[in-house]
Design a protein around this ligand. Structure first.
Ligand SMILES: [Zn+2]
Length: 99
């Protein structure tokens, strides 16, 4: 569990670091494009790691044994990570009340 947390934190930190580095190296780079590229790469890697092992009775692979199943898991994770992010709510959100 400790190792799992450490790997997660390292991957998380390095992805953010990489985005900042790409932006620093190219002043004209569009931050949205950098972020979309990072997300596409993350999705690619995630799908690569979630290929079922091939045993039709494998319980570990049951939730990810179809493309639909994998997309469902991916959506669930994206929702969780979004809600946990410090940037999920913004003070400039259109629905923020102003006194
Ligand atoms: Zn399996």
């Amino acid at each position: 569990m400790q190792d799992e947390t450490q790997s997660f934190e390292e991957a998380f930190g390095k992805a953010v670091e990489l985005g900042n580095k790409i932006a620093d190296n190219d002043e004209k780079a569009d931050l949205w494009d950098i972020a979309d590229g990072l997300l596409a790469g993350a999705v690619q890697y995630w799908l690569y790691t979630r290929q079922p092992c091939g045993d039709p009775r494998c319980e570990d692979c049951l939730p990810i044994s179809t493309a639909e199943g994998r997309l469902g898991q991916l959506r669930q994770l994206v929702q969780e990570f979004s809600e946990e992010s410090q940037y999920f709510h913004s003070p400039t959100d259109a629905n923020v009340g102003r006194a």
